[in-house]
Design a protein around this ligand. Structure first.
Ligand code: PA5
Length: 449
């Protein structure tokens, strides 16, 4: 079984045949990816990544994960952007919603750092880790990202202070470039266990490299199944799968139609499972960084339903008609909870007695879909048989493949992110980083004008 895509309630907002009319553009993009003739062709390592993952490699990941699992009650994953969101997306989707409160002796608690520069966040984290047996996975492809490096310096020192240098070495793992960057240099000098982020895999496409796989395995989830799901989707979205049944091709085509023909500039990924909140964050980065350039691109937004129906629902139903919605629908919850009877029925909810909570959720989902389509919001639906590693692997590869195609159909380079440098340059100039003397002077002049 596989995830399914329903674009019928989106295609109805376009002229008949409009989606199919994109088939040649999509096919050209698929071919350019395959033949590596597209812009950004030095970053196509993700394309056949799932099928290139060997059991031996997964064994190496699992072995290091097992060491951390054995030695640590807490593992802090330091990373940002593509070096952060994929792991968090999968771990939060599969984990207990109250993981940090549940005294789970089987699995270490996974915490994240290096994804912000909040002093309170870091102070509270280091206070929490005091006296705890903790390890660190330091993830940075460039090895020079400020947020991550800052957090890692603090965590490394604390780990060494608490355990001693020798023992700290056993619980610090670096995932970084094979040769360059400060994280590589530190790992070599300190003798940390390391994994490589392949040169030709960009951050936001790296969840199926050690960047995602190691933290996910440490959290106790089955990375083999995750990879199997991705492998299955690699087959199902291959170029020889016809447009009519190729879900990545169709998703890319309908998005492009909505954007360029129907003026739908914003895509809202919605879920009806709060556990998917960070999956949508991962998706936002994937699509935002890949498509938002050259003054083009669908703005990727996300909502958690039904929560946000009580906040953003008004805007979605009746605000400016520039949006479309992509709902990730989970067919089956993992748990079963029946709605109980109440003799007094003061809340008037006895009509739901004996029903599963998910039945109510599903009617909310269907009711929302009908209402939003009636309100002029095209609706794409991705249905997922169950929330587990296998289907998350499918979803990950599906979105990656469709993203590569989409960017090329929009005629941008989906694999670079030149725009993210602007804030860094200013920040370094403001902080008087060595090497930024001219920029520091220029920015100070600008601020005092
Ligand atoms: O997608 C990207 O390339 C970025 O989001 C990076 O992953 C992010 O900036 C972190 O970079 P690095 O892994 O070099 O620390």
């Amino acid at each position: 079984e596989s995830i399914k895509l329903d674009i019928s309630k989106a295609a109805q907002f376009l002229n008949p045949g409009a989606v199919e009319a994109y088939a040649p553009h999509v096919a050209a993009a698929q071919e350019a990816l395959e033949k590596a003739t597209c812009p950004g062709n030095d970053f196509l390592g993700w394309l056949h990544l799932p099928s290139s993952i060997t059991p031996k490699f997964l064994g190496q990941i699992q072995a290091v994960a097992d060491t951390l699992r054995e030695k640590c009650e807490v593992v802090v994953v330091a990373g940002i952007g593509g070096s952060y969101l994929g792991a968090r997306a999968v771990i939060e989707a599969l984990g207990n919603s109250f993981a940090w409160l549940v005294n789970d002796k089987k699995n270490p608690t996974i915490l994240f750092a290096g994804n912000n520069i909040g002093e309170d966040y870091l102070a509270e984290l280091t206070a929490y880790l005091k006296g705890k047996k903790f390890g660190v996975i330091n993830i940075s492809k460039s090895g020079t990202t400020t947020e991550t490096a800052l957090a890692f310096r603090l965590l490394k020192k604390q780990c060494e202070d608490q355990l001693g240098k020798e023992a700290a070495r056993e619980v610090i793992v670096a995932i970084t470039d094979e040769h360059k960057g400060a994280a590589r240099a530190a790992a070599t000098k300190e003798g940390y266990k390391t994994f490589i982020i392949p040169d030709n895999v960009g951050g936001r496409f790296s969840v199926l490299t050690p960047v995602g796989l190691l933290p996910i395995a440490v959290a106790g989830f089955d990375v083999k199944k995750l990879v199997e799901g991705a492998q299955q989707m690699e087959k199902e979205t291959a170029n020889d799968v016809p447009f009519a049944s190729n879900i990545a091709a169709r998703y890319a085509a309908v998005r492009q139609g909505l954007y360029s023909q129907a003026g739908k500039k914003i895509e809202i990924v919605a879920n009806f499972q709060p556990k998917l909140h960070f999956f949508a964050e991962w998706w936002k980065q994937l699509y935002g960084e890949s498509e938002g350039k050259d003054h083009k691109g669908i703005f990727p937004a996300a909502c958690d339903f039904t929560t946000d129906l009580h906040s953003m629902g008004q805007w979605i139903q009746q605000g400016e008609r520039s949006i479309f919605e992509t709902v990730i629908s989970m067919e089956q919850p993992n748990a079963k909870l029946l709605f109980p009877h109440d003799d007094e029925n003061l809340d008037g909810l006895n009509f739901l007695e004996g029903k599963r909570v998910d039945e109510v959720n599903k009617m909310a989902e269907l009711g929302t879909r009908l209402a939003h389509v009636d309100g002029g919001v095209p609706n794409i639906r991705i249905s997922v048989p169950a929330l587990n590693e296998y289907y998350l692997g499918q979803l990950i590869y599906f979105f990656e493949k469709a993203c590569g195609i989409s960017g090329l159909v929009q005629e941008v380079n989906p694999f670079n992110q030149p725009g993210v440098e602007a804030y860094k340059k200013n920040m370094f100039a403001l902080l008087n980083k060595p090497g930024y003397e001219a920029e520091s002077k220029a920015i100070q002049e600008r601020l005092t004008k």
